[in-house]
Design a protein around this ligand. Structure first.
Ligand SMILES: Nc1ncnc2c1ncn2[C@@H]1O[C@H](COP(=O)(O)OP(=O)(O)OP(=O)(O)O)[C@@H](O)[C@H]1O
Ligand SMILES: [Mg+2]
Length: 150
């Protein structure tokens, strides 16, 4: 099962993320892939704002992982672009069990380390303001999540 959702501006992408947040559960893992500027960080910002996190969310490219602990649920925002698939130096897996929401930008670069059950989202750039989200739930919880949200 795969869902296709089109957003026509940044706000619609934020709203899409907020809809997922509204059905959140501990250890929810959202894996984003898509070219530079496709909207991965915008999506992460939508999750953060829905959680009530007031800090500014920016791409954690240099830090790899940023933790936001002030919201309704912990939020772990990762951007693994600069890891080049070398995850040895970070305890990536521990973040999958911290009872928070995990959003990973460039998740396709570390695919073999990802949990089997997760939400995969591929973002395609159509034109300056249009994005297509190809959303694939992996596992029963994520299938139910998509049924509730989409
Ligand atoms: N429909 C849309 N959804 C999301 N962002 C959009 C949309 N239309 C235009 N944009 C713009 O596209 C850009 C997306 O930037 P963003 O930082 O989220 O990309 P990214 O995928 O995280 O890139 P990077 O790989 O560099 O981290 C923003 O400037 C945003 O305003
Ligand atoms: Mg980004």
């Amino acid at each position: 099962m795969e869902y296709k959702i089109t957003t026509r501006n940044e706000m619609e992408t934020i709203e899409l993320a907020q809809n997922f947040e509204s059905e959140k559960f501990p250890n929810m893992i959202i894996c984003l892939q898509g070219d530079l500027g496709s909207g991965k960080t915008v999506f992460a910002k939508g999750i953060a704002s829905a959680l009530g996190i007031e800090e500014t969310v920016t791409s954690p490219t240099f830090n790899i992982i940023k933790e936001y602990l002030t919201g309704e649920m912990s939020f772990y925002h990762m951007d693994v672009y600069r890891l080049n698939g070398q995850i040895e130096n970070i305890d990536l897996e521990s973040y999958f069990y911290k009872e928070g929401i995990v959003v990973i930008e460039w998740a396709d670069m570390i695919e073999k380390y990802l949990p089997e059950e997760r939400l995969d989202i591929k973002i395609k750039i159509v034109d300056e303001d249009t994005r297509v989200f190809i959303i694939k739930p992996l596992g029963k919880m994520y299938e139910e999540l998509c049924e509730a949200v989409l």
